[in-house]
Structure formats: structure tokens, C-alpha cells
Design a protein. Sequence first.
Length: 275
Amino acid sequence: MRILISADMEGATGVTWTDDVVPGSPQWDRFRRLFTGDVNAVLAGLFEAGAADVLVNEAHSAQRNLLLEDLDPRARMLTGRHKPLSMMQGIDSGVDGVAFLGYHAGAGFDGVLSHTYLENQITGVWLDDVPASEGRLNAAMAAEYGVPVLLVSGDDETCDDARDYAPEAELVQVKECVSRYAAICLPPARTADLLTGAAADAMARAGREERRVGAHRIEVEFDASHLAQATAVIPTVEQIGTRRVGFDAPDMTEAMKCFKVVTAIAAGAVQGIYG
């Protein structure tokens, strides 16, 4: 069995605010170690339960946060930008399951550091008229390749979200959201046990499924009108409201590639503290 881990950082053990996940601060250096510890805990469970190969796709921000020198030597790590499939790079390589580690709630929802791709310019994303977190978007791409979502970890809001888009996945709550920048956290020794046990249990569901390929529509709402105007210059993207754009795609892979362009253009249109 070959498994992919899509590893984000906002939902990692102990993470609660900006300095924990933005490179350059002492807090980031500290939480890189905790983040790597979470990944190693999941790896331990996957290998214990029979995984033959695990690829860890570093999926947070610049995607250079995990400590390779501290990673379980049985794993392989995909690090750095830019990847055609971004957080889901490797899903097309014949893997038998994917784990969403360190995930978080979507833009417009309660949750520790909740957002969807952009930290604060996007106020909502909809996939086929359903509010969509990064987890929901990535699960739809996994389904397109016939890959089951085996595990999702993060705060309680993340787990509640995953119960809808990945109802059969093992869920690991490493913290309880109090506010966007506060949480009741479990120590690493406890979350490691939870993550390892859940990963081992999740391997029972590993195995390719029937691919679910079809057309999709994504709509994105921003916090300012000029971001909608800026992204509407992209071919196929239409401004459908003062702060909202939408586009259709023949499959989820193409939808996510277009979404990636939308977020890149929007990020480039932000001007200082006025956004």
C-alpha cells in the first residue's frame, strides 16, 4: 500500500496564532518541531499497519516548514513550491489513500486560523454551491483519482467539517477552538498517541476506489471589490457580484488549477494595510 500525507500546519498540535506558522519567528522554529512530530506520529501508525511507501507532501504556505532531518527515515518528503497540484501533489501517482494532517476550517467559519488558501482576503469559497474548506476541495480532487481520504486531523471545527466531506475517515482532534487565535490544546505526547492509533486504524480503508470524475463549479467571495475585478480578467472567470467571482471546469483537477490562479492574482492585487 502506498499512502500520501498532505501536511498543513495551522491544524498541527499547539498552533494557535500567526507567529506559530509564519517563517522567521522563534515561535515558528518551535512549531516546526511539533508539526514534524505530528507527521512522524501518523507515519508510525501507517507503517505499523502495513504501508509500504508514504510520501509526505509539505502543504503549508511556502511549503518548507517540516524538518527533513527529523523525519521518519522510512518516508519520503515532497517540499517546496511550485507544484501543479499544490496541496494534493502526488494524488495522481497511484497512491491507495491520503491523510489530511494539520488541516483547518474554511474561510468564513469558526476555527483556529480558519481560511481557504489566502489568510484573510477570501471570505468564502463554494464548491458546487456547498461552502468549501481546503479539506472539501482536496477531498473532491482525491475522489477524482479514486483515492479515499483515510484520516483528517486538526481542531474540533476541522473534524466537524470533515464528518461531512469524508464521513468514513478517522478524525483526530488535537485542540478545541476557543477563538480564531486561541484553543485548548493537548500536549504532543497525547496527540502523538491519538495520531498513531488513528493512522493505524485508517489503513483498513486503504485501497483504490472508483474514480468520480465530473464537471465542477467554484465561486469565491473576497473582502474587497477590487480583488473580484482583478481575478475576473482570468479567462473562464466571471465576476458575479461586487466581491464575488465564479467559474466552471470540466473536472476537479482543472477547477483547482484555476482556483490556484485566482488566489495568486488576488494575492498580487493586495496593497498594504488597505488590502
